[in-house]
Ligand binder design. Sequence first.
Ligand SMILES: CC(C)(COP(=O)(O)OP(=O)(O)OC[C@H]1O[C@@H](n2cnc3c(N)ncnc32)[C@H](O)[C@@H]1OP(=O)(O)O)[C@@H](O)C(=O)NCCC(=O)NCCS
Length: 154
Amino acid sequence: MSTEVRVRVMDAADVDAVTALAAKLPMAPQWQLDAYLAALDPQTSPVRIALVAETAPRVLIGFTVASVIPPEAELESIAVVWEFQRRGVAWRLFEALTDKLAAAGVTKVLLEVRASNAAALSLYRVLGFAETGRRPGYYVHPPEDAVQMQRGIQ
Ligand SMILES: CC(C)(COP(=O)(O)OP(=O)(O)OC[C@H]1O[C@@H](n2cnc3c(N)ncnc32)[C@H](O)[C@@H]1OP(=O)(O)O)[C@@H](O)C(=O)NCCC(=O)NCCS
């Protein structure tokens, strides 16, 4: 039987679960609780759109966060618990994100990713992102280049 996955907007009650989920994924950005709470605050600049994927109310299996400065947005984080990887959850999260970004007047999405993060690079290429450059030594722990990518949205 396939598990039903729902994507919805992140709220403050999700933040503990989101932090715990990211902590189990070494390649995911490790934000502190306050950073997520600030991301959910519409008064914080830049504004962020944050979504979660869940299999039941508050049973989180993934999330994504983007900062929004129309007409551009930056995909800051996208992560899926390993048990649910390769089932299209990141795809679903990104699809829902692009709907919201388009509604916010965004036409271009940018991101940076560790050069060794093969899963993320593969996902981003499938999602239509193209490589635009590299930032040598951009990441520090451990030191590594960032691959810069972008794609348009309508
Ligand atoms: C990257 C990540 C978010 C992908 O999530 P996911 O839900 O497994 O991705 P999807 O199932 O939607 O994958 C869609 C497509 O992307 C590609 N892809 C995703 N993960 C892949 C992997 N590990 N290896 C190769 N291709 C991959 C595939 O083409 C896949 O389609 P397919 O399964 O039909 O072949 C997940 O591996 C993850 O959470 N990684 C740790 C956190 C991270 O590195 N995030 C990115 C930086 S913020």
